[in-house]
Design a protein around this ligand. Sequence first.
Ligand SMILES: [Zn+2]
Length: 157
Amino acid sequence: MKIGFSFDVHPLVRGRKLVLGGIPIEHDKGLLGHSDGDVVLHALTDALLSAGGLPDIGTLFPDTDPAFKDRESSFFLLVALNKLHEKGYKVDQVDLTIVADEPKLSPYYVKMKKNLSRLLNLSEDRISLKARRTEGLIFQKDKPGIMCFALVVLTSL
Ligand SMILES: [Zn+2]
């Protein structure tokens, strides 16, 4: 059994679409990033790479590479999963905590979980997903953002 942990954070800005866990979220702002800025998939991908003893997401997919500009982040996740399979690992469990003061994310839990289950080829009862607010203690009103923590467990194929 292997355990991996990571987190990611991006600023929320106007003029960008908000995508979390590969699901479009209704909001007047989106996450700024070289790719689609999906913090959930970035934290998850990085935790998986970490568990597999692989280089981190920024090393594998540098944000200076135009090939990754505005890329759907599911691409990074699928590449990481392939690398894990090559090393003889499969995903056993995923625990995700999103940290955001806006927007309200609970209406999207079901959709996000379904999509993660599809991408990971893992049953939904092995995936935990929830969101927490910081009440302005982490993100300031004029500088909003979204953060995600990811913990994963791998087992041998
Ligand atoms: Zn990121």
